[in-house]
Structure formats: C-alpha cells, structure tokens
Write a protein that binds this ligand. Structure first.
Ligand code: S3P
Length: 469
C-alpha cells in the first residue's frame, strides 16, 4: 500500500473546533492520477451529504437538543452549520463527526445579521431558502461562482405562492438573492416541475411554518431523506403513491419538532468513486463499509450489476433508520448497457463516475434523460463529455442522452480535465487516471473537499497513485 502523505484534501477537523477551515479554497489544486497496481483494503466513505445537511437544518427547527453522529465534515455541510447558527441555533462540534445542535424551533428563527454564504452547496442553499423564506425575517443568500450560475427560480416559484417576497435577485433568479418571509406562510399543493428532492424539500420545510397541510406531488420519486428526517423529529408526514412512479407527500404544518439522535450513514454517492476504481483497476478487491442502501439512491449499483460488476452486499443492517451494507467489490470485465431515463433520480449524482465505468466497458453505453445534469455544480453533461473526449473516449451528447463508446479496458487518458468547480467531475476523472494507459490530470481538486474531504488520502491507502500535479 502507498502510505498517505499530507495533502491539500487531508484536512480532518481538530477536535473541539467547528470551523477551523477556510471554506472556499482560494487556490486551485491540480492533481494527477497514475496507472496503479491493484487496489486492496477497506474504506468507509464519509457521512451522507444529503442527510448531513438535513440533520442540521431540522435540528435548527426543533426544540431541545439534537445529537448527530457521523456528520459529513465537508465544506458544503459546514456552510449549512454556519447558516443554522446565523438563524438562531447553537451548533457545536464535540468530536470527529459528532455535533450538537440546540434548535431555535419552528417560528423561532432570528434574522441573520450577515449574508448566508453557501459556497458551492446547492442543497444547503435551496433547503434553507424554504426554511428562512417561511419566516418573517429577511435573509440574503449567496455562494461561489458555481452556485451563482445555478437556477433558483425552481425554489422561488413555490415560495412566492406560499407568501415569500423575493426582495432582490441576480439576473435569471440566481444568487445573490434576498427573501422576506410572510407573517403567515400559506400552505399549498405543489407539483414539482423536475424530479428534484431539493425542490420537494424546500416546499416541505417551508410548509412546516404554515398553519395547514402542505402537499408536494412528484411524478418520479426522488430521495426521501427530508420525509424520513421530519418523521424522526416527530412531524406528521404522509406519503402516497402517485401515478406510475411518483409520490404525493403531505406535511401538517406547525408541529413541535423535538431534538433527537441522528446517525448519518456512509454516502453512496461518495462510495461510488472507490467502487468504480476497484472495478476498473485490474486485480483490485476492496470492501466499502456501511454504505447506505436507500433504494432511491442505489441506481448506480443496479446499473453496474447489469454491466457485469462483481459487487456483493454483505452484512445488511439498520443504521439510523437506513439499511446499510458492506460492499465487496472486485475488478470486473464490464459491458456497455442502456440506462433508462426513469433511473436518473436514483443515481443523479453518479453519472460522471458511471461514464468512467462505461469508458472501460466493452461496447456502447447510453445514459438517457440527463437534462438535470446541466444544472448541477457545473454543466456536468458537457464537462463529462469534454473529459471523455480529452481522454480519447469516443462519446456524443444526443439530446438529453450521453452515448459512450466503451474501449474494453484500453482507455488512452493522458489529458487534463477542466473540472469547473465540480467535485464529482474531479473525482471521476482521477478514478479514470488510475486505469488509463497514460493516467489523467485534473485542473483543480480543491472542490473535492465539499463532499469527500479525505478522498485523496483514503484512495492512496487503497493503493491509488494520486498526487499533486
Ligand atoms: C440532493 C438532491 C439532488 C442531488 C444533490 C443532493 C439533496 O439534487 O443532485 O447532490 O440532498 O436533496 P436535485 O434535487 O436538484 O436533483
């Protein structure tokens, strides 16, 4: 095994400190991945980002104390912790991944005295717009260059129907923007215009501070972490099937949420990177510990199994109300597949790394219905297509689909990929470099710290040749 060396992304928080890191890395941090010998060993990917954000946010809205174990201490989540403080919660880090939140309670938020800066984090910003926008306070939201490009109209539209005033916004409904919440939030029935857990969650969280029943209808089921978290804290949430694949979710407003214990399971969207690395680097065998297996998050595993991946689910158990499993992954000969559009919500963050798996597979892969990828931390569809092309992998964007011509294990590589402030593009192409003939480089790995702060050292412990470039 390659010993871990100090590295820009190897920055665990010292115990007792809750914001010791500069949030937005100021300098670019180019990284290189070289063709590596077999990956071996065990790894636990960090806490789930979606659940981490929600545990802090619902802790803010609860009365009493919430204790969180396994919180992802990535920069995105630290921004949400800051915003919770600015809105009136006490948020204290007690040790690695262990945090304590004393909430302000629904209706009890205070007006923030400064701009809420969410950095790179779309989830934190959008969910918090639902929270702050349903309280009679004025709050301004901002973020980095990536967040400033992302559409917020999808959140503002339902909030305006609930009574929120958009006092100011950057062109096209983007941050920086300022919301002023109404004296009394109006409960609504809202059909989401896109399969988006962030839209659903913003509306449900706003509905918490309204006097009636707020309903969200989604045509395709998306990750249900908000619904689960609200129930855990004592809210009444009903979920009914809607049409073929959708759901109708209703929440009774103005409940008393009670602080509780939250255990955050390991993030399947982060585990995806070592998982695909082990599949494509010949001779590899690794175990990924305690990966969350929520069925609304396992689309990548379903797809990789169809491609012929050797992935075993071991020791399935319950952790914090979610099923988790250890995943044993062995290097596998993959074959190209057709990935249906209806699977997108269950693997929406996994397409960059699936595209890398597809590049190493035998034959073509078509990933359908990827329009939402255009509004992620970058235009991921364009960024992934450009990265594949630079690495010598034939591919095409056809409408909302990405078609990749698999090269059967013989990916040339040897290119530098532009990551556009996108952590998942960065990690995906580093994984590619571990098995590509000429390795790969990325222009900037600093954003990896938003979701997977110890990615580089943990990968190196498995034997991955990743270093500063
Ligand atoms: C998330 C939902 C997804 C996902 C994001 C996290 C969440 O976004 O891409 O990384 O925690 O709700 P959309 O809901 O916009 O698809």
């Amino acid at each position: 095994m390659t010993p871990a060396e100090p590295h820009v992304n190897d920055r665990p928080l010292p115990a007792g400190e809750d914001r010791p890191l500069p949030h937005t890395p100021s300098a670019a941090s180019p990284l290189a991945a070289a063709p590596s010998g077999s990956l071996k060993g065990r790894m636990r990917a960090p806490g789930d980002k979606s659940i981490s954000h929600r545990s802090l946010i619902v802790g803010l809205l609860a009365l009493g104390e919430t204790r969180i174990e396994g919180l992802l201490e990535g920069e995105d989540v630290l921004r949400t912790a800051d915003a919770c403080r600015a809105l009136g919660a006490s948020v204290i880090r007690e040790g690695e991944g262990c945090w304590r939140v004393r909430g302000a309670g629904i209706g009890g938020l205070v007006e923030p005295s400064a701009i809420l800066d969410f950095g790179n984090a779309g989830t934190g910003a959008r969910l918090m717009m639902g929270v702050a926008g349903s309280h009679p306070i004025t709050a301004t939201f901002d973020g980095d260059a990536s967040l400033r490009k992302r559409p917020m109209r999808r959140i503002l539209d339902p909030l305006v129907r609930m009574g929120t005033a958009v006092v100011g916004e950057a062109e096209g409904g983007r941050v920086p923007l300022t919301l002023r919440g109404p004296r009394e939030t109006v409960p609504i029935v809202y059909e989401t215009p896109a399969a988006s857990a962030q839209i659903k969650s913003a509306v449900l969280l706003a509905g918490l501070n309204s006097p009636g029943r707020t309903t969200v209808v989604e045509r395709e089921a998306t990750r249900d972490h908000t619904e689960r978290m609200l129930r855990l804290f004592g809210a009444q949430v009903t979920v009914e099937p809607e049409g073929e694949a959708g759901r109708r979710i209703a929440i009774q407003g103005q409940p008393t949420l009670c602080g509780t214990e939250v255990v955050v399971p390991s993030d399947p969207s982060s585990a995806a990177f070592p998982l695909v690395a082990a599949l494509v680097v010949p001779g590899s065998e690794i175990v990924l510990e305690g990966v969350m297996m929520n069925p609304l998050r396992t689309g990548l595993i379903a797809t990789l199994l169809e491609m012929g991946a050797e992935i075993e689910r071991l020791s399935e158990r319950d952790e914090g109300g979610e099923t988790v499993a250890d995943l044993r992954v062995r290097a596998s000969l993959l074959r190209g597949v057709d990935v249906p559009a209806h699977r997108a919500p269950s693997m929406i963050d996994e397409y960059p790394i699936l595209a890398v798996a597809a590049a190493f597979a035998e034959g073509p892969t078509r990933m359908r219905g990827l329009h939402e990828l255009r509004v992620k931390e970058s235009d991921r569809l364009a960024a992934v297509a450009a990265g594949l092309a630079a690495a010598g992998v034939p591919n095409a964007i056809e409408g909302d689909d990405l078609a990749v011509e698999g090269l059967g294990g013989k990916v040339p590589g040897g290119a530098t990929v532009a990551t556009h402030l996108d952590h998942r593009v960065a990690m995906a192409f580093l994984v590619m470099g571990l098995a590509a003939s000429e390795g790969m480089r990325i222009d900037d790995g600093a954003m990896i710290a938003t979701s997977f702060p110890c990615f580089v050292p943990l990968m190196r412990e498995l034997g991955a040749g990743i270093r500063d470039a």
